[in-house]
Structures are given as C-alpha cells and as structure tokens.
Design a protein around this ligand. Structure first.
Ligand code: GLN
Length: 468
C-alpha cells in the first residue's frame, strides 16, 4: 500500500487485488499508529468508514467503477457531516453533531468514497500554521518540530503521511495552497463558487473556496471532478459546465504563456525559494513555454484589503454561535476569533465603514482589474506558494501580524476569485517547497495541465516523510 495514489488504488480495487474494506482498514491502522504523534485527526469515524467501505465493495462486485468508489478520504473538520461531530476545531462546537451533509460531502458519498474522519485545523479556519486549534497543533510529518501550515492543517498531513488517500480542505486566503506546499502534496483552491460551499462552516463568505489535497495532480483532477458543479443551495455556484479535468493533462506546455508577476518576488521572499522557482521557470521554458514578466500593480495592498474584508465577514458569520444553538454553552471563542470579531466589527461600524470596508472593496476591484489585464497577456502565472519555509512550532504564535504575512502570496486569488494550484517543487533543509500556479476564472483544467507536466519529470511526491 505504500505511497498509493487514487489512480493506483482504483486499479487495485477494480482488479480485485484489494477490497475497499481492506484499504479502509489499512488507513485506519495507519491513523492509529501515527495520529497521537501528528494530531492530524480530531475525529476518527471508524464505524461509519467500515460501513461505507462495505457498501463500496458491494458496488464493486456489481462491476461499478467510478474514480472515487471505495477510496478512503478525510475531511477538514469544517465540513458538516450528518451524524459525525463537526467542531471547526473550536470548543464552542465540541459536541455539535450536524443533521445533514453539505453538498460536497453528499457528492463524495454518492460517488462511493469512504470518509475516514475529520481533520484538524486552526479553529474556524483562522490561521496559517495549524496552531490555533482548540484540539492542539498538528505537526509537520517531514519534521515534527515544524508547523504543517494552516488553516487546513490535518488534511495535508493525513495525505502526506499515509493516513488517507486524499483529503478536503478550505481556502479563504491560502489555507489549501500554503499547507500543501509545506507538506509536499498537491492542493487546489478552485475558482470561487466552483464547488458548492453549502454545508461547510463559513469563514468569510465572499472568499471561501472548497478544494482538495492529493499526492498527485491527476488524483486532484479526479477528486474535483466529483465535487465541482452548480448546486442550488449555494447561490454563488455558477451555471458553468464542468469540463473533463483529466482530458488535457498530458498536453504539455509548448507555446503556453507563463506570467511571472514581479511584485510577488518581494523582500521577505527566501532567496533559496526564489532560486527554486527560477529553476522551475527555466524548466518550463525548456519545454517550449514562454516566460513573460508581468506586473500586478496593486499587489502590495492585498494583505490589508484581505484582513479588512475577511474580518468583516468573519464578525458577521460568527455571530450565530451565540452559545444557545450549537452545543457547548460554557466554551467561548479563542483569542484569534475574538481578535477578528473585534477588527471586523470595528471596520464595519458607522464612521469607519467608509474609511475601511468601503475603501477595501474599491481596492479589491483594482486587484481584479490587475489580473484581468494580466490574463490578456498570459495563460497562467507561476509564483512561490509561500515566501518562507515552514517555521518552527511556536515561532509566530505570539505575533499575529507575522502570521498574517505568511499569506502574502495567496490572498489575491481569493480576493479576485481565481483558482490556484500548489505543486511540490523540492526540498530545502528537509522541508517541502511548493509553487503556486494561478489562472483565470474556471481555468482549473489548464492549471492541472501545467502542474502535471512538471510533476511527471519531477515526482517529488514520491518522497514521503521518514521520521513519523
Ligand atoms: N491564513 C489566512 C487567515 O488566517 C487564511 C485562512 C484560510 O484560508 N482559511 O485568514
């Protein structure tokens, strides 16, 4: 089973080399071995997983074979799951058991996937390191003294360390792309609305995207194929057809125009990461792509704009957890949620609304225009996913601003609504590094094509962590 991908597991299931039950038992066993140490799961839903596996095996016996049938996955504990507690990693929801599945979960179940459990995160998805969880921090499996990245911390760790074949996350300002790059896995933040947000606990509704972590690009495309689409319970899911995400994977990059936004190569960027990105760009050029320097002039405002709009929306979304409706009446919000509620309430209050919130929305439009102009000249853009390597546990916990700055290369995609794919490009000091590939709205297929080309000749995903 070592380092199995969805594609390989699919073959084994279809050839009856392994049953979904055996596969599920294997991953549950790995979770039991590793989770105490890595803290990637908040809830392991063993009973439900075994029963889903048995149902999948029934379907397999009848000759069914759809990409995720019988495949064991994990979900960030912010996806509502019927009958399985959903905490958002906050004590406030410690005993909350949803009465329905969100749309993505419903689609995964319909596709016959097996859900192993719910993964750890920064409480309410507020954070970049996984340390804000009320259930304790998750650790980076490549070096357990380091953070795995957040806010989706447990999902990439589960995939990287063989506790699930793939996993779901959410990305409001980088929470899929950053941890994917810190854990040597592939992570996609799809176009805003591409995957329905219904039944996923809201952080900042105009920025939240639902996406997935996998070992390989092809696995990611197969996963998105199941969850993408127009579903009426999310009014922001657009009526745009879902293409076949795997059909162009091996088309290569010849003739493709790759933009390099000069504003992303900032002062705080680790020069060794810059060097790795330069090498990656050189490789693309050697394959026949054209590398074009571009400018996104309003880039430097993005963090400020993000932390105004996001906190405003957080303050409104968290108002519903008033201690009466959702379980634990004695627990209260942690310091990070409180900070955001206060900031958000402040920027929305009379007298400050025009100066902060309205202004931020105007700059958001300027950012959108930047990208629109740039995508007239290039097909995709390549940037680092993170300005730094993963940092040590505890290093930034007392300095929220430095934590916020780790999103400096990722928040733009959320403000503008475009998709972004994080793909491994190697290691520094034994810690993983990822690139970010950005494209216009609904260009997921193209991002996969570009990521796949690199991954085929640089299969870093095969280097799984050793010191678990
Ligand atoms: N790290 C960012 C924040 O703290 C993004 C979080 C996310 O994408 N959920 O807001």
């Amino acid at each position: 089973m070592n380092n199995l991908t969805i594609v390989e597991a699919r073959k084994k299931l279809d050839n009856k080399e392994v049953s979904s039950l055996e596969l599920t038992q294997y991953f549950l066993g790995e979770i039991k071995k590793k989770n105490d140490h890595l803290n990637a799961f908040i809830t392991i839903s063993e009973k439900e997983a075994l029963s889903m596996a048995e149902q999948a095996d029934e379907k397999l016996k009848n000759g069914d074979s759809t990409p995720l049938l019988g495949i064991p996955l994990a979900l960030k504990d912010i996806y509502m799951t019927k009958g399985v507690r959903t905490t958002a990693a906050s004590k406030v929801l410690e005993s909350y058991i949803p009465q329905y599945d969100g749309t993505a979960v419903m689609l995964l179940k319909k596709a016959g996937a097996v859900i192993l459990g719910k993964t750890n995160l920064d409480a309410w998805a507020h954070g970049s390191s996984g340390e804000n969880s009320d259930f304790g921090p998750t650790k980076n499996p490549y070096n357990t003294e380091y953070v795995p990245g957040g806010s989706s911390s447990g999902s990439p760790v589960a995939v990287a360390s063989e506790m699930a074949l793939a996993a779901s996350g959410t990305d409001t300002g980088g929470s899929i792309r950053l941890p994917a790059s810190f854990c040597n896995v592939v992570g996609l933040k799809p176009t805003y609305g591409r995957v329905s947000r219904y039944g996923v606990i809201a952080m900042a509704s105009s920025l939240d995207s639902i996406g997935h972590f996998t070992k390989t690009v092809e696995d990611n495309a197969l996963y998105l194929q199941v969850t993408a689409g127009k579903y009426t319970m999310d009014a922001t899911s657009p009526p745009i057809d879902v293409p076949n995400y795997t059909q162009n994977l091996s088309q290569g990059v010849k003739g493709l125009k790759i933009g390099v936004p000069k504003e992303y190569f900032i002062d705080g960027l680790d020069p060794r990461i810059k060097n790795m990105i330069d090498k990656t760009l050189k490789w693309y050029e050697d394959q026949g792509a054209e590398i074009i320097e571009i400018s996104l002039p309003h880039t430097s405002y993005a963090i400020e704009v993000y932390y105004i709009i996001q906190t405003a929306e957080v303050s409104s979304n968290l108002a519903r957890y008033d201690g009466i409706r959702f379980g634990n009446t004695r627990a209260s919000f942690g310091p990070e949620a409180k900070r955001r509620i206060m900031l958000g309430t402040y920027v929305l209050s009379a007298g400050y609304y025009d100066a902060f919130y309205k202004k931020a929305m105007q700059v958001r439009t300027l950012l959108k225009n930047d990208f629109e102009e740039a995508f007239k000249k290039v097909d995709v853009m390549i940037t680092p996913a993170s300005p730094t390597l993963p940092w040590k546990l505890g290093e930034k916990t007392s300095d929220p601003l430095s934590m916020y700055l780790s999103d400096i290369l990722t928040v733009h995609a959320n403000l503008v609504g475009i998709p972004g794919l994080s793909v491994p490009i190697g290691f520094l000091e034994g810690l993983p590094v990822g690139m970010q590939i950005l494209g216009p709205h609904f260009s997921e297929e193209k991002l996969y094509q570009v990521g796949y080309a690199f991954e085929q000749s640089h299969p870093f995903w095969k280097e799984r962590p050793k010191n678990e």
